[in-house]
Design a protein around this ligand. Structure first.
Ligand code: FDA
Length: 393
């Protein structure tokens, strides 16, 4: 049997950050993970370059049933605090669109930094360890039965992440632990995930895989303007991934394929300057020909502009500016970057990440009902929440 001050389950982004912070407070910390290696999602993040944070992190960039919950942790360990760590370790990075910060070299720079910091404060990381049972002892401490024996501690941190990419170690253990302690778990679903299509739309768009266009995608009052990418299964690209997290299954998304122009006015002008031009020829000035060809079923593409009324122009423009598409579903946890829903934030202190009703039990990172937008927000949440918990465990 091993006694520690703190047991952390999950050697991912938030678990390692929490371990480092707790170790700096001279807490004896063990981190347990069933995966063979720590930080697998850090390694695969940002296409191997880890979009580790964003210069513009705000509470508005997160989805949660308690939208205020993230504010405290994000301000106490901000993107600038993480950048200071990066600079201390001389990790080269660069900024891309929308304030996204990426490693110049590789995601492993970030993982190595965390592992080195953990090593400095003697954090004990045990990978390949299965968790069999968790119980709270009479003195308030925790006992964790694992494939490698029983461990006991004063504090237990659940940093088991979400359900996406099961091959990278994802499991529902964190949600089960919450339920074991009567803590509410909001239903989960995949987020930042490509859409699949119903058969008729799949057929209609079958010639388009690989085409990417700058578009605005809207659901309810949420809109994102970025690229959409046509794939063999359906639609992906940053604008689609972003909106997927806000998409109520079964509803249509509205896609504006030409957000920069007023197509109705463009048609009207072209009718007077080049009346013999065909509709599809004009559209091909702005959109890839294959995409125009796929959309032609919806309007008189082969007609000359002089033959069409202004009402017709308006209806063609509407098809392009307000393309209503009802996704069949999503690609699911297999390819999702994150999990929506999770451990109820109202059951957890936003300052310490400690469960309100269970002293010594902490939740950090994605296992909580906090989901960031695409762009480095999810890792920043892992760093911020992990660091905060590390001050109190
Ligand atoms: P994380 O998933 O990192 O860690 C959880 C740990 O718990 C894992 O090591 C797992 O093995 C362990 N665990 C789970 N169940 C267990 C069990 N039963 N027993 C023991 N251990 C268990 N975000 C971002 O901001 N920028 C980006 O560039 C990307 N890119 C990206 C790409 C891809 C492909 C994915 C899947 C995700 C991203 N993300 C991202 C999201 C980001 O990686 C994610 O939100 C954080 O890693 C969450 O950190 P956590 O520590 O909460 O969980």
């Amino acid at each position: 049997m091993t006694n520690k001050d703190v047991i952390i389950i999950g050697a991912g982004a938030s678990g390692l950050m929490c371990a480092m912070a707790a170790g700096r407070h001279r807490r004896r910390v063990v981190v347990l993970d069933h995966a063979k290696k720590p930080g697998q999602k850090i390694i695969m993040s940002g296409g191997g370059r880890c979009n580790f944070t964003n210069t513009g992190v705000e509470a508005e960039n997160f989805i949660s049933h308690n939208p205020h919950f993230v504010k405290s942790a994000l301000s106490r360990f901000s993107q600038w605090d993480f950048l200071e760590m990066i600079s201390t370790h001389h990790i080269p990075y660069h900024e891309r669109d929308h304030g996204q910060l990426f490693c110049n070299n590789s995601s492993s720079d970030i993982l190595e930094m965390l592992l080195n910091e953990c090593k400095k404060v003697k954090v004990d990381i045990r990978v390949g360890t299965t968790i069999d049972k968790i119980s709270q002892m009479e003195d308030g401490g925790f006992s964790v039965s694992t494939s490698r024996g029983i461990l006991k501690s004063q504090s237990l941190v659940v940093a088991t992440g979400g359900l996406s990419i099961p091959g990278a170690g994802a499991s529902p253990l964190g949600y089960r632990i919450a339920e074991q302690f009567n803590i509410k778990v909001w239903p989960t679903r995949p987020g930042l995930v490509p859409f699949t299509l119903h058969p008729p739309d799949k057929e209609k768009l079958s010639g388009l895989p690989g085409i990417s266009v700058d578009a605005t995608v809207t659901v309810g009052h949420h809109s994102f303007r970025e690229n959409i990418l046509f794939t063999h299964r359906g639609l992906s690209g940053p604008a689609i991934l972003q909106i997927s997290s806000m998409w109520p299954p079964g509803e249509a998304v509205c896609i504006n394929l030409l957000p920069d122009i007023n197509l109705e006015e463009t048609f009207k002008k072209a009718q007077s300057t080049s009346p013999k031009r065909k509709v599809k020829s004009l559209l091909s000035d702005f959109l890839p020909k294959r995409l125009v060809a796929a959309m032609v079923g919806e309007f008189p593409a082969d007609q000359a502009l002089h033959a069409l009324s202004h009402n017709k122009f308006r209806s063609i423009a509407q098809n392009i500016h307000q393309w209503h598409l009802k996704p069949g579903g999503t690609e699911g946890y297999r390819t999702a970057e994150v999990t929506l829903g999770g451990v109820d934030c109202n059951a957890v202190s936003s300052k310490t990440m400690e469960a309100r009703q269970v002293k010594g039990l902490f939740f950090t990172g994605e296992v909580l009902d906090v989901t960031g937008w695409l762009g480095g927000y999810n890792l920043q949440w892992a760093w911020s929440s992990g660091w905060c918990a590390g001050q109190y465990v």
